[in-house]
Ligand binder design. Structure first.
Ligand code: IPE
Ligand code: IPE
Ligand code: MG
Length: 234
């Protein structure tokens, strides 16, 4: 019989469906984002409680600038306010926050808030929460290569050179990628780190995503047979 694998070390969340959640209720899209943030907090807390080591949350992609200015500004404000307000939440749960994405493309107040929460939580030893803000997988790889070029190493590069220049090289690859809302695509999420991830799609819209839904995803993951190019179970 196939042996069950242990809980994932790193879970990536594509938190999708906020807009549709709001629309279904006759609300404006921003209400969906507000509710989605509450869900994110709940999922972070639960992941920390059950001993997950790394959680990556896709909050704003490099493609999301295409949305209306109103929605983009709202999302930026929401992110900034959350980071300012939730420092105690991160401290109480010993959660370390890190950021992935292009900081330079963000409004300076958002950038400052990110830098300050990252620095203020850097000593915590519990769950690591990787917030993807102005993040694109291709953009991250291109920035990594440019960092290498800047260091004058451009005759020959290896996989480890690229990996070492990603935004958070200390974070292991994604074991389980969960996308809510029924969409089955990667949308530029952690392209490098998802090379061998298990994918799990849920039809639940992100604001409704519950700890039971997460348990179901983890259960499904435990029954997967991860081969990494090798052979079926021994
Ligand atoms: C995900 O929800 C949140 C962000 C992309 C910021 P959406 O806003 O994409 O919600 P839908 O897909 O329109 O329902
Ligand atoms: C992906 O969701 C980005 C985030 C969840 C932040 P989108 O809603 O932007 O993705 P697409 O446009 O449906 O691929
Ligand atoms: Mg969407």
């Amino acid at each position: 019989m196939q042996e069950e694998i242990s809980i994932p070390n790193h879970i990536g969340f594509i938190m999708d469906g906020n807009g549709r959640w709001a629309k279904k209720r006759g609300l404006i899209r921003t209400k969906g984002h507000q509710e989605g943030l509450e869900t994110a907090k709940k999922i972070i807390k639960y992941s920390s409680d059950i001993g997950i080591k790394y959680v990556s949350l896709y909050a704003f992609s490099t493609e999301n600038w295409k949305r209306t200015q109103e929605e983009v500004s709202f999302l930026m404000l929401l992110i900034k306010k959350h980071l300012k307000k939730e420092y105690n939440f991160y401290r109480e749960n010993q959660i370390r926050v890190v950021h992935s994405g292009n900081l330079d493309g963000l409004p300076s107040d958002v950038k400052d808030e990110i830098l300050s929460v990252v620095s203020d939580t850097s000593m915590y030893q519990g769950l690591t929460v990787n917030l993807l803000i102005n993040y694109g997988g291709r953009d991250e790889i291109v920035r990594a290569v440019n960092k290498i070029i800047k260091n004058d190493k451009f005759d020959f590069i290896t996989e480890s050179d690229i990996k070492d220049h990603l935004d958070n090289p200390q974070i292991p690859d994604v074991d389980l990628m969960i996308r809510s809302s029924g969409e089955e695509r990667l949308s530029n999420f952690l392209l490098w780190q998802c090379a061998y991830s298990e994918f799990y799609y849920s039809n639940v819209l992100w604001p409704d995503f519950s700890t039971d839904d997460l348990d179901m995803a983890i259960e499904a993951y435990k029954n997967r047979n991860r081969r990494f190019g090798g052979l079926h179970d021994k």
